[in-house]
Design a protein around this ligand. Structure first.
Ligand SMILES: [Zn+2]
Length: 242
């Protein structure tokens, strides 16, 4: 039975190692996620700057058309003022010139403001595009570092899993099945030493009638928490720190 215990404990050590490696692998994901999010944000900034620029371009074209209409109206009014001879007509034509000139001035000032917004949006788009152009180069060292780490962990995992497979072959199938069931349920260690005939995991006392068998080397299931328990002959007397 002690051979089986040794084999089981070696297997557990291997599984703990694999679990730690898997934890390190999982810890890479958020780091990669942050880089991806940064790149997505840069792409999104370009798209939204492009959309804003298009909207403002349409608005600018519309204002430009309107200013053109007022300019033509003003030119017509000026032309009519030149043609009138009577004083009364001249005053009406002059008023028309004033009205169209004011409308033209307003439209031109709006057009000018739209032109300035257009220039600002264009420069926003330019810098957003520059950012997406440089972000890959900027992120390259961090992505390389992550890839190297991942490859290293993958290699360690492959070795650890191969070693684990050969350790598992040394454990009797029924015991292995029990162990794997407990391990799968707890996502952590499944085999614990007894401490003065109480469970090393949950501290529940082992019934008196099972103690002799355990002292003889039997591996038992804790009735309370379900882990596998063993009495370590060498340390059973020394580890009584309760
Ligand atoms: Zn227990």
């Amino acid at each position: 039975m002690n051979d089986q215990l040794d084999a089981l404990l070696a297997l557990q050590t291997a599984d703990d190692g694999i679990q730690a490696l898997e934890g390190r692998l999982a810890a890479l994901a958020p780091r990669l996620g942050r880089l991806d999010a940064e790149r997505q944000a840069a792409d999104k900034a370009v798209a939204s700057a492009q959309a804003a620029l298009e909207r403002e371009s349409e608005r600018h074209a519309h204002l430009s058309e309107r200013a053109g209409e007022f300019r033509r109206m003003n030119e017509r009014a000026v032309g009519q003022l030149d043609m009138v001879r009577k004083a009364r007509d001249a005053s009406a034509a002059g008023a028309q010139v004033d009205v169209t000139r004011r409308a033209l001035a307003d439209a031109e000032s709006e057009l000018h403001a739209a032109g300035q917004r257009l220039a600002t949006l264009q420069s926003t788009l330019d810098s957003a595009q520059q950012r997406t152009g440089s972000i890959d180069a900027e992120q390259a060292p961090a992505r390389d570092e992550l890839r190297v780490e991942r490859e290293g962990i993958d290699r360690e995992l492959a070795d650890a899993r191969a070693a684990r497979a050969s350790l598992a072959r040394a454990v009797e199938p029924r015991l292995l099945m029990k162990y794997e069931r407990v391990r799968g349920r707890r996502h952590g260690p499944a085999v614990f030493p007894l401490h003065h005939f109480t469970c090393g995991n949950c501290d529940t006392a082992i019934p008196t009638q099972r103690r002799a068998g355990m002292a003889a080397g039997n591996i038992e299931v804790c009735e309370s928490c379900g882990v596998l328990l063993y009495a370590a002959p060498a340390t059973a007397n020394a580890s009584g720190a309760h």
